[in-house]
Design a protein around this ligand. Sequence first.
Ligand SMILES: Nc1nc2c(ncn2[C@@H]2O[C@H](COP(=O)(O)OP(=O)(O)OP(=O)(O)O)[C@@H](O)[C@H]2O)c(=O)[nH]1
Ligand SMILES: [Mg+2]
Length: 297
Amino acid sequence: MLGNLKEKLAGTRETFKERFEEILRSSKTRDEILDELTESMILADVGMTSTEKIIHSIRQKSKKNDSFQTIKKILEEEIVKILCQFPTDFNINDSRSVVMMVGVNGGGKTTSLAKLAYRFKDQGKSIMMAAADTFRAAAQEQLALWGKKLNIPVVKGQYGADPASVIYDAIQSLKARSLQLLLVDTAGRVHTNVNLMNELEKIKRVVSREIEGAPHETLLVLDASIGQNALIQAKEFIKFSGLTGIFLSKLDGTAKGGSVISIVDELKLPIKFIGIGEGEKDLLRFSSREFVRALLS
Ligand SMILES: Nc1nc2c(ncn2[C@@H]2O[C@H](COP(=O)(O)OP(=O)(O)OP(=O)(O)O)[C@@H](O)[C@H]2O)c(=O)[nH]1
Ligand SMILES: [Mg+2]
């Protein structure tokens, strides 16, 4: 798994690797090393705020004549510390749970939902998917195709229908068929569209009325390939109540994987899963240590 992650993170790894080699080539002072690290973090899209915070900590925790290896160890620990702040457990139970995906257009919600469906089905859960994206004409069809491929039932609604009513129907069907897990796909939305944001609140109300404790997970899907821009979008989104974590999609092939650090640091939400490709198997449970190891070693 670590090997796989390393390969997928190649773009971001390269940025660090080049700087590390440069540092090792010409034995540098601590301050020079910290300058190089700052530059590599900015290039990897860690973002200014988190980069400065990390560099500041390293300066405090290191000594002036520390070797690069020692400083790198501190760097790794500092990143792990940021990434470990929030529990990443996935809060679904064996009786009846609801997971919702929300986020901006094209972020990867539908694909990521299908990945979760595949994983939990593989783990033996009985699953249903609800196509509550009634906003985009082809959205229902996209999820239906995934349903067919994964052999998982999909509840659809009419184009333009109230998404809350689609979910209501899906929940009735989930109960009637005694299925365990309902995965809800929602329409891509921007924070400036008040109606769409209100729609999310309404969906949440319907779900929580029908099933106790639901939605058990509401994941904000963020596109890692746009780096710091994902963070800017997300900052508006987290005003929507009830987010339980992040599904970070498209970490494969991007050079902006450093954004993972500032996403957790600034949004104060755990990353629960990462997407590393377009297929149903292309997801990993997020592990801070593994991520840091894959990125820096
Ligand atoms: N490389 C890569 N591509 C991904 C990943 N996740 C999603 N995609 C691709 O990103 C594109 C958009 O994905 P969707 O799942 O349709 O995104 P969405 O958020 O549902 O989009 P809307 O419903 O239009 O808002 C598709 O071409 C997906 O195949 C990933 O982890 N890696
Ligand atoms: Mg979609």
